[in-house]
Design a protein around this ligand. Structure first.
Ligand code: NAD
Length: 297
């Protein structure tokens, strides 16, 4: 048996196109563009790449991008003041402070300063609380992207056994909440879980968000299961001096057992920014007091 490949790249392109159409409709109705502000503190190379692609894709979707780059030694109070200013700026619908922040800053304090109605990353405790109790709010982009891929592949997830490996606030925990809200029976596994292969073996849905190259082996996977690989790990390539990206799942092995698998790259990765744009559009409609049909996007 060869598993189906879940094409996150194509799904994300469709999602961005849909956001683009709705962003144009929003502009016509509201008389302004939906706007996303991204704040980058310092010069972390990976963060610079992310921020650049977020800005580019925001503009491509017909929304306004406001980039704020601050030096690494910026006092925390200055960053908090910028966030406060963005909170009250009517042109800004979504605020994203790129993590990680320099060591002298308290990330939780900075995130807590973002107005929850502009928290398009979904990292504010109010957003986490809203997700936990089932109120409308913003859900972190990567797990929401994973859920979209799962629903596209499986339709209803009700009653399915789901195992999420990883319990971070950014991926594992919100992923588990989303699956629970879809009426899955959810297990959250983590670094202290005993008999992980056995735990994974009973799952119809496996979401791996660990950060360990090819940790999940083929013989851990229940035949026919749907496997979502969030991991991004850089490992040495066959060619000397080169590296390549692999996920948390042994992809080649999983292809022989699973029903469907997301590749790395080209699976979950492209979904994150597409969902960020989607969240920003939803924020714009809400902030402008305009109606967006629940199933619009
Ligand atoms: P994290 O380091 O915050 O959390 C990792 C989790 O894995 C922890 O909860 C830990 O308990 C668990 N873990 C560690 N070792 C384990 C083991 N041996 N067995 C079982 N569980 C174990 O990481 P994160 O931010 O949640 O990210 C996880 C992975 O997903 C990383 O590779 C990251 O690069 C990737 N990621 C990708 C995207 C994207 O595709 N856009 C976004 C976010 C994270």
């Amino acid at each position: 048996m060869t598993a189906a490949i879940i094409d996150g790249k194509a799904f994300a392109a469709n999602l961005r196109a849909k956001v683009g159409e709705l962003a144009a409709a929003f502009e016509a109705e509201a008389g302004r563009k939906a706007g996303l502000a991204v704040v980058l503190v310092g010069e972390d190379p990976a963060s610079q790449v992310y921020v650049r692609s977020k800005g580019k894709q925001t503009v491509e979707a017909g929304m306004a991008s406001f980039e704020h780059r601050l030096p690494a030694e910026t006092p925390e109070a200055d960053l908090l003041a910028l966030v406060e200013q963005l909170n009250t700026d009517p042109a800004v619908d979504g605020i994203l402070v790129q993590l990680p922040l320099p060591g002298h800053m308290d990330e939780q304090k900075v995130i807590s300063t973002i107005n929850p109605d502009k928290d398009v990353d979904g990292f504010h405790v109010i957003s986490a609380g809203r997700l936990a109790v089932g109120q409308p709010g913003f859900v972190p982009c990567t797990p929401l992207g994973c859920l979209m891929l799962l629903k596209d592949r499986l339709g209803s997830l009700s009653g399915l056994d789901a195992v999420v490996i990883g319990r971070s606030n950014i991926v594992g925990k919100p992923m588990a909440q989303l699956l629970l809200a879809e009426s899955c029976t959810v297990t959250i596994a983590h670094s202290r879980t005993q008999n992980l292969p056995e735990v994974v073996r009973r799952a119809d849905i496996v979401v791996a968000a660990v950060g360990r190259a090819e940790m999940v082996k083929a013989d851990w996977i229940k035949p026919g299961a749907t496997v979502i690989d969030v991991g991004i790990n850089r490992v040495p390539a066959a060619e000397a001096g080169k590296t390549r990206l692999v996920g948390d799942v042994d992809y080649a092995g999983a292809m022989d057992v699973a029903g469907a698998v997301t590749p790395v790259p080209g699976g979950v990765g492209p979904m994150t920014i597409a969902v960020l744009l989607r969240n920003t559009l939803v924020a714009a409609y809400r902030n402008a007091g305009l109606e967006l049909a629940a199933d619009a996007i």
